[in-house]
Design a protein around this ligand. Structure first.
Ligand SMILES: [Zn+2]
Length: 431
């Protein structure tokens, strides 16, 4: 027996179920299906491209990917012609909130002059240029403004995630952690107390284990996805300290210009990634006269050492992640790293893997992205031509899709606007 009130409630509940079922049956809620077609497809993990690539996308996911797949009835077909479909590229070393590509001394002045909000607005264009260049995910390794506690990288990441602005998926490090007077001390080189106080753990400046714990907790509390640390302040001690960091279990070593074969052997054994950032050295060397003499000396030494180090790492089979240090060069030119990698002995298909499945593994998001497989998020790009025949194809992106949404199909909207300096091509590799 039901009391009358109860009976009404049950009836309403059933009506609701019926209406839900009928709308499902009619297919009204199903997101539209998109079929992407191109002459070739790189799936993110195989040793070769496949021909007649087709990817079926529904909502934010890949339904299927392969050669000559049948296109479901009613699907929107985008035929990209003589192009190669690929998982969205990833860059495991960017600084989307910064721009170090111009004149060194001018940048140091600008840092004092521009307020953080203005720099954050510039970062919006850098994020857009990056995703339009085919980089749908970045690991952003350090965002810091002298004498400011703003977390611009967190704001950028969250605004992208909420759909307020367009940019790549970001995993952010907030402020890289380093010692007083070291590589990350934002007041280094300025007179004492110019900025009113000595930087502390809230600026990522920490000395000793307790201080470092405090800095890590502070960054995680404020939204950091990853922790970056400068374990060396000096070029001469880099190899030794790098080895200690590998032994301590870091996920990746950045730059690594001076890594010796012994350290590379240890990295191979422990599965530590090398993020070579060849573009950074390349850009600095192409504008070497703009830098102060002390920095010039360091850059020359790094450039001289890094080619042999990279060749060794490739030969030894060290895991290599794709990372560029974008900000040192103008944002949106990240793909130029591919050509530098292949010129130093890496097979084109392996360079492509480094920017897709390798980076996804390093970033701990390989379950969701990095390959073109059923159930993965639809982060998909298309580039003109065949990147295994000419790696420069990676610099000519014709389509960018992130989580099923088309960000770009045709010429980029923002890339030119984001370039901070004249569009100089990097010089031939210093080798
Ligand atoms: Zn960097």
């Amino acid at each position: 027996m039901f009391r009358p009130g109860q009976r009404v409630a049950i009836a309403v509940f059933f009506l609701f179920l019926v209406s839900l079922a009928s709308s499902r049956g009619a297919g009204n809620d199903d997101p539209p299906v998109i079929a992407l077609k191109a002459a070739r497809l790189f799936d993110g993990k195989s040793k070769a491209l496949i021909t007649d690539g087709v990817i079926i996308v529904q909502g934010d996911k890949i339904v299927d990917a392969g050669s000559n797949l049948p296109v479901p009835a009613g699907a929107q077909v985008i035929d990209l012609g003589d192009a190669t479909l690929s998982p969205g590229f990833m860059d495991a070393h960017t600084h989307l909130t910064l721009d170090y590509s111009g004149n060194y001394n001018q940048r140091r002045l600008d840092e004092l002059d521009l307020n953080v909000s203005e720099q954050a607005i510039k970062a919006v264009t850098f994020a857009r240029a990056t995703v339009e260049a085919g980089f749908t995910t970045v690991r952003d390794l350090g965002s810091r403004f002298v004498a400011s506690r703003e977390f611009v990288d967190i704001a950028l990441r969250n605004s992208i995630n909420k759909g307020v602005i367009v940019g790549p998926r970001m995993l952010v490090a907030t402020k890289g952690i380093g010692a007083t007077g070291g590589h990350f001390d934002p007041t280094s080189g300025f007179r004492d107390f110019l900025f009113g106080r000595e930087p502390d753990y809230t600026d990522g400046i920490a000395n000793g284990p307790d201080d470092v714990r405090k800095a890590v907790r502070f960054e995680v509390k404020n939204g950091a996805d990853i922790i970056k640390a400068a374990v060396s302040g000096g070029v001469l001690s880099l190899a030794q300290v790098g080895r200690e960091a590998v032994e301590a279990g870091v996920d990746s070593i950045e730059h690594g210009s001076f890594l010796k074969p012994e350290t590379l052997t240890l990295m191979k054994k422990k599965g530590t990634f090398l993020t070579p950032t060849l573009m950074a050295t390349e850009w600095i060397m192409s504008k070497i006269a703009n830098y102060p003499p002390a920095l010039q000396e360091k850059a020359r030494a790094a450039a001289a050492a890094r080619s042999e180090m990279f060749r060794n790492a490739v030969k030894m089979g060290v895991k290599i992640s794709f990372g560029t240090d974008a900000a040192v060069f103008p944002h949106g030119q990240n793909a130029k790293e591919f050509a530098l990698m292949t010129r130093l002995g890496m097979a084109p298909i392996d360079a492509l893997k480094s920017a897709t499945s390798n980076d996804a593994e390093l970033l701990g998001i390989g379950q969701k992205i990095g390959t073109l497989e059923r159930g993965k998020l639809a982060d998909i790009i298309a580039m003109h031509g065949d990147p295994t025949a000419d790696i420069a194809a990676t610099e000519h992106i014709s389509l960018v899709m992130k989580e099923g949404k088309i960000i770009r199909n045709g010429p980029p909207a923002m890339q030119a606007a984001a370039k901070s300096t004249e569009a100089t091509d990097v010089a031939a590799p210093v080798d």
